[in-house]
Write a new protein. Structure first.
Length: 328
């Protein structure tokens, strides 16, 4: 079966948790910019957490379903409707053949992840169905979605079929995922970070400016990274550096002193000094940043970052068990 893209909006693409194990050959992880929200959305429709879904940027998206499926979405503050039904983030909804889902522009944040039971059935490339739009491979023909595209859907799993049966009377689930998982966008985000390998290449006043200053997201923001405007971050010495590995969350400082916060589609190596790294559990907030947003930073320890990540994974396991009990 297929689902039809009637209006793709500014940017929509097929993504999954990402493409791992290939950074040594220059292929980044990519995938959903908030892989945790993608996993939650997939669990809500009884998919495997690695199933491919649709990442929508800045809304104005419309899709038609050609058969019965369960859908759910997580992300920014988007208005989402199917007919007269408003679909809140984190709730499962049973769609029928001919139903159309419509999203407007978000009030807060900029991205959402739409999961459909059965997942988007595009080919695996290097172990992932994610779209790498810069390299033009993966996803749907290696590109962003266009108006009129017909996306192939996978077979609905047995758990999803059982889920669908329980929803035929009341199409919208009364239960949902925790709010902090399904809606990570905030008006005044504060990102926790750890010191980077090049922290000591900056003097004390610059380090303090990073932690106490207010930074604004410039128009130079995309899936690769976010350029910030704020206190100038000056190096002690302006010597050249060897290119080294970078990852999503790395904060690089170019000669301009305006930091660049790398995101999911970032390159695998970079030559700018790495002053800090945003911790993994806060990357969902980075995924929602858009031009004009104001950002502050707060230092934390690596051990605290590890503890927060482990706790989130434990919480997700408990949520998965609870869902199995509700939908079985």
């Amino acid at each position: 079966m297929i689902t039809q893209i009637l209006r793709a909006g500014p940017l929509a693409s097929v993504q999954d948790p990402g493409r791992f194990g290939h950074r040594r050959i220059g292929v980044g992880s990519g995938g959903a910019l908030d892989p945790f929200a993608a996993r939650v959305a997939n669990l809500l429709v009884s998919n495997d957490v690695t199933a491919a879904l649709i990442e929508v940027t800045l809304g104005n998206f419309r899709i038609r379903f050609t058969d019965e499926r369960v859908i759910a979405w997580c992300g920014g503050a988007f208005p989402v409707q199917i007919g007269q039904d408003k679909i809140s983030a984190g709730h499962a909804f049973l769609v029928r053949a001919g139903d159309e889902l419509v999203t407007g522009a978000p009030q807060i944040g900029c991205r959402m992840w739409l999961a459909i039971s059965g997942g988007i059935d595009v080919p695996f490339v290097l172990g992932s169905r994610s779209t790498d739009m810069r390299a033009a491979f993966g996803g749907f023909n290696g590109r962003a979605l266009h108006d009129g595209d017909d996306l192939p859907l996978g077979e609905v799993t047995a758990p999803a079929r059982a889920h669908m049966k329980t929803m035929r009377e009341k199409r919208l689930s009364s239960w949902s995922a925790p709010r902090e998982w399904i809606s990570t966008a905030t008006r005044y985000p504060k990102l926790r970070l750890t010191r980077g390998a090049d922290w000591d290449r900056f003097n004390t006043s610059t380090q303090e400016a990073l932690m106490s200053g207010k930074f604004t997201v410039t128009p130079e923001v995309d899936r690769m990274g976010v350029r910030l405007d704020g206190p100038e971050l000056k190096r002690i010495e302006a010597s050249d550096l060897l290119s080294e590995a970078v990852v999503p969350g790395t904060i690089q400082v170019p000669p301009s002193g305006k930091p660049i916060l790398l995101s999911g589609d970032c390159q695998t190596i970079g030559g700018y000094p790495k002053i800090a790294h945003v911790i993994t559990v806060d990357l969902p907030i980075v995924a929602q940043l858009r031009t004009g947003d104001e950002v502050r930073f707060q230092e934390t320890s690596i051990s605290e970052a590890h503890s927060l990540l482990l706790q989130r994974e434990r919480d997700l396991d408990r949520f998965r068990i609870g869902l199995d009990l509700k939908t079985s």
